[in-house]
Design a protein around this ligand. Structure first.
Ligand SMILES: [Zn+2]
Length: 337
């Protein structure tokens, strides 16, 4: 409540200063300059979002007919990011870039292709298995082995691995596993790369792929339009929840995948975000927001935004409502709604 009052007062003061300074400039330029009231970080109205791409080097690798098609995905995504000067982080799957087989060799070449374009990589496990299905030891292996595989790539390009993201945003179904995995992540010098804007781009991508491979262009177009409507709706929803939870604009992290549908629509997504006033920031900058330090004591079967985790944790820990005066009441009279 205090936060809200402070927010309203700060906004009024900022508004007052704008009116005052306009008045001074137009009527009397010799007047002393008005005292500037700096908006604190809590009241800043700038919208910010960090873009992240999962399942590098590219999602559904084998569905792309040729190496040219696979490279096109990376070119299109990085061109769109460059156009909007949007920093991004690529979460790569270790198993796709390790080994002597031709596919792994090409995977490694594609990962280097991203890095040559200046994109930092991060750890997205070895096999991309859902951690809800893994034993504690298997999960630890997934995290550490991927780090060993990806570290030489990072060093080759003077990068440091900084982030880890759970596949499907699933962190196991027990506190014991979740704590152990998160401790392992921290011990490797990594940050659990939480997401505030989640969505179902991977689901649309599957249908988009099927339409494309079947050369059903009208259907592919329709799926693209549905996808954009879905993205508009989900991004607005999570932003609204963030404001509900914090009373301010937070530094968002948007989860997307390095896939076919974003090959064709990332530019439009960035255009629309930019039109809504969003600034594009790095993941490092996003995680300076205190929202990411909020306790998370909630599990979800299907991965979702960290904002939902915060909301459910707060609801779980909220004190029960004060009991109504029950001295004269008779509970047996009450009816279930
Ligand atoms: Zn993934």
């Amino acid at each position: 409540m205090h936060q809200m009052v402070a927010l309203v007062i700060s906004r009024l003061l900022v508004g007052l200063w704008v009116v005052m300074s306009w008045g001074c400039q137009s009527s009397d330029s010799a007047s002393p300059a008005p005292v500037q009231i700096e908006a604190t970080d809590n009241t800043r109205q700038v919208k910010q979002v960090a873009i992240t791409l999962d399942d590098g080097p590219i999602m559904r690798f084998f569905s792309h007919p040729t190496q040219w098609h696979r490279t096109l995905v990376i070119d299109s995504l990085t061109n769109a990011l460059a156009r909007y000067q949007a920093p991004t982080t690529l979460f790569a799957i270790g198993g796709l870039v390790q080994g002597e087989e031709p596919a792994a060799q090409e995977g490694a070449a594609l990962l280097r292709y991203w890095m040559e374009k200046g994109i930092p990589i991060a750890n997205h496990t070895m096999s991309h298995t859902n951690f809800n299905e893994l034993s504690l030891g298997q999960g630890i292996d997934e995290i550490t082995e991927a780090n060993e595989v990806l570290k030489p790539f990072a060093q080759e390009y003077n990068q440091t691995l900084k982030y880890f993201r759970f596949p499907f945003l699933a962190e196991g179904q027990t506190f014991e596993k979740k704590d152990a995995w998160n401790k392992m992540i921290v011990s490797l010098g990594l940050t659990n790369a939480r997401v505030t804007m989640s969505n179902r781009d991977w689901d649309f991508d599957k249908r988009y792929m099927d339409a494309e491979l079947a050369e059903e262009w009208e259907l592919r177009y329709e799926i693209g339009q549905e996808y954009m409507a879905h993205m508009r709706e989900t991004m607005a929803f999570w932003d609204s929840l963030a404001v509900d939870l914090t009373g301010r604009n937070i530094k968002h992290v948007l989860l997307l995948h390095a896939n076919r549908i974003n090959r064709d629509y990332l530019g439009q997504i960035l255009f629309e975000l930019s039109g809504q006033g969003y600034e594009f920031i790095s993941l490092e900058e996003a995680y300076t927001d205190p929202i990411y330090s909020e306790p998370d004591e909630w599990f979800s079967e299907n991965g979702t935004s960290f904002l939902e985790h915060i909301k459910q944790t707060r609801l779980k820990n909220a004190p029960p409502p004060a009991e109504a005066d029950s001295s004269g009441g008779d509970d047996s009279q009450g009816e279930e709604p």
